[in-house]
Write a protein that binds this ligand. Sequence first.
Ligand SMILES: [Zn+2]
Length: 456
Amino acid sequence: MLDLLVKNGYLVCPDGIKQASLAVKDGKIVDYDGTGSSTDVKNIVDAKGCYILPGAIDDHVHFNDPGYTWRDDFPHASRAAARGGITTVIDMPMQNLPAVSTAQILQKKVAYLSGRSFVDFALWGALIRTNRPHLKGLSEAGAAAFKCFMSEPSDDYTALWPREIADRLRLLRPLGALAGFHCEDYHLLKSGERACLQAGKKSRKDVLDVHSVMAEKRAVQELIGILRQTGGRVHICHVSHPDVAAVIKRAQQQGLHVTAETCLHYLVLTDQAYLKRGPLFKCAPPLRSKAASQALWRYIEDGTISTIASDHSPCKLEEKDESGPKGAFGAWGGLSGVQTTLQGFWNLAVHEHEASPLLVAKVLAENPAKIFGLWGRKGALLPGFDADFVLLDAQRDWEIKAKQLEYLNKFSAFVGLTGQGLPVATYLRGQCIYEDGSFPAAPQGKFVLAKGHPVV
Ligand SMILES: [Zn+2]
């Protein structure tokens, strides 16, 4: 007997869109049979008129838990993910107390998160100066990737110098492990900010000038140069500009294993919003020009950029304050977006660019699953995979409103954005975890141990 049969929807499968039924047993997808009768099924869902997408995977979130939980926490942020059609998040190791730098800390975090998450989760491990001896253990404990900064991050985390990056890539290579990088040039940022502050320049425009496209591009070029020497696999986080994507494309054409992510905010928001509307729109790398934002699209279409993430990086409203001694430089840089990434990207891709829903499934489920070692369980509507899926009503108009946000701190740069196509129900391993504004199940998200690390 089947547990669940989802009928009358359009299934977005890796090999095409099918009008068929999705059959679920014991939390797994059994088949698309289209023949299951109501007599041998426990539960039937009528998905009439909806697309059924594989549950989205947000490969870059900061849920800050355990750690900086005044910014957000797993119970809130994972509810937001469920509401937004995201069934797996890959959570970052910083803004955690302590940072996830050893296998033991990772295992503690997994145990702590039991019963706190509405969606499944995988974890990034830290790649910092002090944890070289722990990288193998972290990888074996199931870290999906390792996060490294080329610019100075927050106080609780250290950046690596180029020779240290080379050393760590050599160490990670035989493990098949992936290293993900925040690419902005350390020296350009450091000296630029110092010079600005000494000259009394601390406006938003000064922040944009320091966090230049050149600073991002130079860091990516340097990293690719290192990768050329060491081999291994790197993932460039939050690519903000087409000039940066062009550098990555050339490296890919030369056969280097480099993948890239961008975020919805680089595609639908611009530097003008930051300049005019303020620090709610501050992030790093910063928002770029409208022309740059539009030109980034073709690198998603051609596959240079293979994943879309939220980089959900919340804070308290007070942390966005620009009135301190460092002015705009002192405001927290980060946007909250895990809840609204799928609907925002669907609208951009399917309505504005007339792309196929297949592209949405590829960059928000299939590619992140393959890159982060979750493929085979997550990332597609295929027999044997976890029954993680989203019912999306393509006709539903929406406007993002603060009161609908499930975050601990209910504000976001995306408030006011409008579009068409909204997740109306989300299923995790065959269980409904979100439906039309309500959350019918207790938090039952599990840790997904990353493995395999195939290269796409
Ligand atoms: Zn981040």
